[in-house]
Every structure is written in structure tokens, then in C-alpha cells.
Design a protein around this ligand. Structure first.
Ligand SMILES: Cc1cc2nc3c(=O)[nH]c(=O)nc-3n(C[C@H](O)[C@H](O)[C@H](O)COP(=O)(O)OP(=O)(O)OC[C@H]3O[C@@H](n4cnc5c(N)ncnc54)[C@H](O)[C@@H]3O)c2cc1C
Length: 281
């Protein structure tokens, strides 16, 4: 059965004080972001298909991309749902409450259910956040995935909830980017094994975020010079939103070399470094 919800595309309500937006299932993700921005709010879900994908599909697949570290998957952004059940009844759970202790949490059954097998989502009440005053993006070069994990721990310590994105790219991936996007040059003065793309959303000032990134980087480099052990390498850019806009299209670009084999693998962060043999006592 094919059901099109394209015409269910009304933004029913925006409540800046409650930090919620209530939308019908067929509203395009980018339109939700734009409406939130108009109210000086941030709708934190952002993914490559945002100009065409509809919010019902994000809910149904429990999507989450660049800002999952800070705001979680789509499930964490929903407050209420309206669903048409397979029996044709309307299940009305469209509440914008943060504290909602009323019985079973049926909403979560419909999120990540895929294919609409448990029901068709027709509307959703979603969380908004105050718009940050500045976005800061930085690229840091590191020797290994383990060094990147150390840098993540330092960045979390200094930036706390400001840290919205932390993405690890191998040198091979960067090499492919600079080969196929001639406008992008290799950002470091010499080769490093890994690159981290770090993103901060700051509510204090334009200057605050870059200071936090430099302090975190300084702490890592201090560890290197002080104890003779390489942790962080180079920090090349601490820039505003323009830098981030330039980097992300390359990240989500289509395959331009070899075969395109897609993976969507999730592992605990602590397992990203070198594999550890289980210890027996
Ligand atoms: C398991 C899974 C996880 C994904 N995770 C991510 C991710 O983390 N990041 C990312 O960028 N992309 C992710 N995607 C791709 C994601 O589907 C697209 O990014 C985008 O949401 C697709 O938009 P669309 O409008 O074309 O959706 P469609 O392809 O039309 O729908 C996607 C899925 O949602 C179901 N669905 C659509 N509308 C409803 C509805 N009203 N009620 C119930 N079910 C409905 C469809 O049956 C289909 O299974 C994921 C896909 C899947 C299958």
C-alpha cells in the first residue's frame, strides 16, 4: 500500500515559551528548521536529505546525524505524536509536555518502527531549543583514533553541553575529498593519521567558543610536550558557520571513486580505539 502524506504539510503551532513546534507529518525538515529560526529557536535535527525528507520519515527511522552527541536521535526530540492505527482509529498523544507520566509510553513504539507497520504518524509535537549565538567549527589533526578519543574527553570536559558535533575522518577520506573537490585543499601542514571535525554551539558570545576549543587543544598539546607522548597534533581552523557549511557538503557527497558501499554501524565510543583483548582474572 502506498500512502502519500505530502499534503499534510501544515505547521499547526509554534510555542516559543514552551520551546515546542507542532507539525503535520508531511512537513519538510528544512521548513521546520526555518520556522524555528524565525522564532529565534533551533530545531536540532539536520541531515543531508533535509531539503526533501519529511518529519514523519525522520520519526519512523529515528534518524540522527551531526548533532546526536548533544541532542540525541529524533526520539529525544519528540514530545507527542498523533497516529492513525491499522484499525483506522486516531491515537491522540499530541502533547507538548516535558513531564508526562500518564501511563504507558506508546509514542516510542511508533518511533523507529519503520514502514509504518504499527500505524501511520500524522502529526508530532517536537522540542525546540534556544538559538545559539554562535557556531564554531574546528579541524584538529591527530595521530590515531585513540588520540581522538582522548581529545573528545578533553573537549567534553572544557566545552560541556556546547559540544554539538565530533566527527572522526581518516586521512584516506580527506585525501579523497581533496582529490575530487579541487576547491578544498589539504588543511594541515603535514600528514596526520586522523582528522576530527569539531562543532560547538555557543550561547555566550562569538569569542567564547574559539577560546574553549583552543583551551582544550592547549591541554592536549600540554600533555604531549609535558609527558613526551603525542596526543593532539595540529588545530587548523576555529571558524564560524561558513567553515562548517563548506565542510559538510563534502562529507555527505556522493561516491566519486570506486564502489559505494554504505554502512550504518553504531558502536560504543569507547570501542573505537584499538581493540582490547578481554582480560581474565
Ligand atoms: C533504519 C533507518 C535509519 C535511518 N537513519 C538515518 C540517519 O540516522 N540519518 C540520516 O540522514 N538518514 C537516515 N535514514 C535515511 C532516512 O530515511 C532519510 O534520511 C529520510 O528520513 C528519508 O526521507 P523520505 O521523506 O524520503 O522518507 P521515506 O523513504 O518516504 O520514508 C522512510 C521510512 O519512514 C516510513 N514512514 C514515512 N512516513 C511515515 C509515517 N507517516 N508513518 C509511519 N512511517 C512512515 C516509511 O515507510 C519508510 O520506512 C535512515 C533510514 C532507515 C531505514
Amino acid at each position: 500500500m502506498v500512502i502519500s502524506l505530502r499534503r499534510l504539510n501544515w505547521i499547526r503551532d509554534v510555542d516559543p515559551l514552551n520551546n515546542t513546534i507542532t507539525v503535520e507529518a508531511g512537513v519538510i525538515l528544512a521548513d521546520i528548521q526555518a520556522r524555528a529560526e524565525k522564532e529565534q529557536r533551533l530545531f536540532t535535527l539536520s541531515l543531508a536529505a533535509e531539503g526533501s525528507c519529511m518529519i514523519d520519515s525522520n520519526l519512523s527511522t529515528n534518524a540522527g546525524v551531526t548533532a546526536v552527541l548533544r541532542y540525541g536521535n529524533t526520539r529525544e526530540l519528540r514530545l507527542g505524536l498523533e497516529v492513525v492505527t491499522p484499525q483506522g482509529a486516531i491515537w491522540d498523544g499530541l502533547r507538548g509536555l516535558r513531564k508526562d507520566n500518564t501511563g504507558y509510553n506508546l509514542r516510542d513504539l511508533y518511533i523507529g518502527a519503520e514502514e509504518g507497520t504499527l500505524g501511520i504518524i500524522t502529526a508530532a509535537a517536537m522540542k525546540l531549543h534556544p538559538a545559539p549565538v554562535a557556531h564554531v567549527t574546528a579541524l584538529a589533526a591527530l595521530a590515531s583514533p585513540q588520540a581522538a578519543l582522548d581529545f573528545l574527553a578533553t573537549a567534553q570536559r572544557y566545552a560541556g553541553p556546547l559540544l554539538t558535533g565530533f566527527e572522526l575522518m581518516s586521512d584516506f577520506s580527506l585525501h579523497l575529498v581533496t582529490t575530487h573537490f579541487p576547491q578544498m585543499r589539504y588543511p594541515f601542514s603535514k600528514k596526520h593519521g586522523q582528522t576530527v571535525l569539531l562543532e560547538l554551539s555557543d550561547s555566550e558570545s562569538e569569542e567564547h567558543g574559539p577560546r574553549v576549543v583552543r583551551t582544550a587543544d592547549g591541554t592536549c598539546n600540554g600533555a604531549r610536550t609535558g609527558r613526551g607522548r603525542g596526543r593532539c597534533g595540529e588545530l587548523v581552523a576555529v571558524a564560524g558557520v561558513l567553515e562548517s557549511a563548506r565542510t559538510y557538503p563534502a562529507r555527505s557527497g556522493r561516491a566519486m571513486e570506486g564502489l559505494d558501499i554504505k554502512h550504518d554501524i553504531a558502536v560504543p565510543i569507547s570501542r573505537i580505539g584499538p581493540s582490547k583483548q578481554p582480560t581474565r582474572s
